[in-house]
Design a protein around this ligand. Structure first.
Ligand code: ADP
Ligand code: MG
Length: 444
């Protein structure tokens, strides 16, 4: 009977996570885990390799704590056992798609080319560095490290380099990867025992383009493998380009990695100024066959100022509207169509995590440093969860980014806190009032 309860704890956890992560992530990381044994004191899980264990603990420690038994020191009581190699591969050879899982074909977005990239003071330097690298791979800046906020064109430039090299240096072996897919490649090749093949493949490249290196943070074992590949390529003067949401020194990576990344050129991309935004709007709308008068383009650019992807979203809405209505766009119509977007991005309404922390700390009578810290003390944990709940509710930013402002928590911790508080305020009048109070403080 009791065993049954604990067992369902694991399957509840699996269910909870399945609805919250991508299916690739789920397939790679959660599905291979097997529940071997469970009691009220401890759960034994079998994992195919050490990386899966690490992944679970890195990303879901707090969530696991809610579903599985705890030890007296508060740690989740899981015993991990690594699967016997025979067991995972049996006597059959690995399935063919596993063996050749390393993505050897180059997947580039056809729209992300240099010709479609609008230049302005905020990105001119980065663009010319990217172009320099594409024109002479391995011979100008190496590595080239591009960092900047969300939706500013980092991925666009990375793919542009890919297209250019493919077209002008046909003999060069090039690959573009996201950090996530690099990690998945490692895991897959460990599983199908083709890790040497994978290493050889990456080390044979002439140009390696890596998107979103920030996802390598807190992935210790992968970081080491990554760093080895990275050094092997650099030592042979093979070109590496990396994008990131932060500069190298602000990433939580080993000193060795940071030093290597700072070796070449570190280039920052900032938010485009008004004129550049107008030029982007004109360019994007023309390519969609939409005629946006200058005045309207300025109007949009004044309201959406910190993210080019949002500008594209606005143009898509306008384009859909004008297809349906066949009316001339004017400021009133534009404002009406885009009012939702404008609200979210109006400068005086942008709320920061710091403001939320300040207000939560005041109402719950705890310190900001305690909220950001690790303490599991009841009052502090509640304040932390409320702050996370409000951050998700009030800030229009990626969960990943919001979570990292809480002393480097993961997005699953944030989601979990959000869910918990959303549920509790339905039944707990006192908590609902406190949350309301915090919210009013922040809004006024
Ligand atoms: P990031 O990787 O920095 O988050 P992306 O490269 O995905 O941003 O860019 C978001 C969208 O905005 C893409 O569709 C991209 O084509 C577009 N974009 C960004 N900057 C520019 C620019 N300077 N000119 C044209 N399009 C841009
Ligand atoms: Mg990107």
């Amino acid at each position: 009977m009791l065993e049954c309860v604990v067992k369902s704890g694991w399957s509840q956890f699996v269910e909870f996570i399945e609805s919250r992560c991508s299916s690739a992530e789920f397939q790679n990381w959660i599905s291979p885990v097997q529940l071997i044994e469970s009691s009220t004191e401890e759960v034994t899980l079998e994992v195919p390799n050490i990386f899966v264990k690490e992944y679970l603990l890195d990303n879901f420690k707090d969530v696991l704590a809610d579903f599985l038994p705890l030890r007296s020191n508060g740690d989740v009581a899981i015993r991990f056992q690594i699967a016997e190699p025979e067991k995972t591969s049996s006597s059959l050879p690995p399935p063919p798609e596993m063996e050749d899982n390393i993505t050897e074909d180059l997947k580039l977005n056809p729209l992300y080319i240099f010709e479609n990239f609008i230049e302005g003071p905020s990105n001119q330097f980065v663009k010319s560095a990217a172009f320099g690298v594409a024109a002479r791979p391995g011979k100008s800046y190496n590595p080239l490290f591009i960092h900047g906020g969300v939706g500013l064109g980092k991925t666009h430039l990375l793919h542009s380099i890919g297209h250019y090299v493919q077209e002008h240096h046909k003999k060069q072996k090039i690959q573009i990867i996201t950090t996530e897919s690099f990690i998945n490649d490692i895991v897959d090749s460990l599983r199908s025992k083709s890790i040497d093949k994978m290493k050889r493949y990456y080390r044979s490249l002439d140009v390696l383009l890596i998107d979103d290196i920030q996802f390598l943070q807190n992935r210790l074992n992968f970081e080491e493998e990554f760093c080895n590949t990275f050094e092997a390529l650099l030592n042979q003067n093979k070109q590496i380009v990396i994008t990131s949401d932060k500069p190298p020194a602000q990433l939580k990576l080993s000193e060795r990695m940071v030093a290597r990344m700072e070796w070449g050129l570190v280039a920052h991309m900032s938010v485009p100024d008004l004129e550049t935004r107008v030029a982007i709007i004109k360019h994007k709308s023309e390519s969609r066959g939409l005629n946006i008068p200058n005045q309207i383009a300025f109007f949009i650019a004044e309201h959406i100022y910190n993210n080019v992807r949002q500008i594209e979203g606005a143009i898509n809405r306008l384009s859909a509207h004008s297809r349906l209505m066949a009316t001339q766009l004017n400021e009133d119509i534009v404002e009406k169509i885009l009012s939702e977007m404008f609200q979210g991005s109006a400068p005086n309404k942008k709320i920061s995590v710091e403001e939320i922390l300040k207000s939560v700390a005041a109402v719950f009578e705890v310190r900001i440093s305690e909220i950001k810290g690790e303490s599991r003390h009841k009052e502090i944990a509640l304040a932390r969860q409320v702050a996370m709940y409000l951050a998700k509710e009030m800030i229009d930013d990626s969960l990943m980014k919001i979570a990292s402002s809480f002393g480097g928590k993961t997005h699953s911790t944030l989601l979990h806190a959000w869910k918990k508080v959303s549920d509790q305020i339905q039944v707990n009048e006192m908590l609902r009032k406190q949350v309301q109070m915090v919210r009013r403080n922040i809004e006024n």
